[in-house]
Design a binder for this molecule. Structure first.
Ligand SMILES: Cc1cc2nc3c(=O)[nH]c(=O)nc-3n(C[C@H](O)[C@H](O)[C@H](O)COP(=O)(O)O)c2cc1C
Ligand code: SF4
Ligand code: SF4
Length: 275
């Protein structure tokens, strides 16, 4: 809920102009809020008088004032950072510290969600849990009856089903020498969990989380196959406490990289039209 300090409000209308829900009116030179509010905080962020606050389950002490010195990131540096981002498939065994995990989750918390719904939650898997679920996930993929899968209901591309012979091979390798080709032997994993309607929110979140993981000098690998394993294995969902009406929107593994990339790679030309 939004609260306006009427003593501070000078009725400038800056908040009204930026409210996507058209929830603010000016009455007698003061901002007055209606009932349809997304709690997006735009009114709070633009008010020159510090007259607006989000109240309820919010911590006022986490608000940061704008400081141009904190934005010293050039487009070239940002692009360079993204071009050097790689999916990491070799890890040292060292677990990621709780302090770094907190920074990664803070990145997710501040990533935008449609209609500001903020319905995502996260499950961080420790090394022990990840090692425990690895054989369950590999068995689920290797033994999946692909013919019975409803392709239209799949949240990942149905071409994934063509990979089953690879999953069977990974399963055999794991049974033989415990080598984990699915989760790359990573020390940690992160599940972005929500109800089924929230796909784009979850995917956007995954991208941002990975950027923070990279900024911390760590590495990550998005897990399409791992995500699919949660979709087809109720046992896997149950093991990590995911409710029936929820799904893993995306899974990623992360940790300290055991590989250093010395240069960028090529990509296909951008497909682009201006009409
Ligand atoms: C949606 C998505 C799903 C992915 N799933 C997997 C996966 O299951 N296993 C894996 O090793 N890599 C996975 N990746 C990593 C891609 O293979 C990788 O991003 C791509 O080959 C480009 O390499 P780069 O990330 O190093 O630039 C996935 C990436 C995305 C975006
Ligand atoms: S931006 Fe602040 S000062 Fe201006 S009308 Fe809104 S609440 Fe009042
Ligand atoms: S929080 Fe967002 S939706 Fe609510 S009144 Fe402020 S700007 Fe409008």
């Amino acid at each position: 809920m939004v609260k306006v300090n009427l003593e501070k409000c000078i009725g400038c209308g800056t908040c009204k102009a930026d409210c996507t829900a058209a929830n603010i009116a000016l009455k007698d030179g003061k901002a007055v809020h209606g009932k349809f509010c997304l709690e997006c905080g735009h009114c709070l962020a633009v008010c020159p008088q510090h007259a607006v606050a989000l109240v309820g389950n919010y911590d006022p002490s986490e608000i940061i004032e704008y400081d141009p010195k904190q934005f010293e990131i050039t487009p070239e540096r940002l692009l360079n950072f993204v071009k050097f981002r790689r999916s990491i498939r070799q890890y040292t065994g060292e677990p990621v510290s709780d302090a770094d995990i907190a920074k990664i989750l803070e990145m997710g918390r501040y990533t935008q969600t449609g209609a500001n719904m903020q319905l995502l939650r996260y499950i961080v898997l420790t090394k022990d849990t990840l090692r425990e679920i690895t054989p369950i996930a590999l068995t689920a993929l290797a033994e999946l009856d692909v013919k019975s899968v409803d392709k239209k209901a799949m949240r990942v591309p149905h071409q994934y089903l063509d990979f089953q012979s690879i999953w069977v091979n990974w399963h055999q390798v794991y049974q033989k020498n415990q080598r984990d080709l699915l989760f790359h032997g990573a020390p940690n994993a992160l599940l972005i969990v929500s109800r089924k309607c929230n796909e784009v929110d979850g995917c956007l979140n995954a991208g941002h989380l990975e950027l923070m993981i990279n900024a911390l000098g760590l590495g990550a690998c998005l897990m399409g196959f791992g995500t699919f394993a949660f979709d087809v294995s109720p046992e896997l969902k149950q093991r990590v406490g995911i409710r029936e009406d929820e799904s893993v929107i995306f899974m990623m593994v992360f940790g300290h990289p055991k590989v250093k990339y010395l240069r960028t790679v090529n990509r296909k030309k951008v497909k682009y039209e201006k009409i």
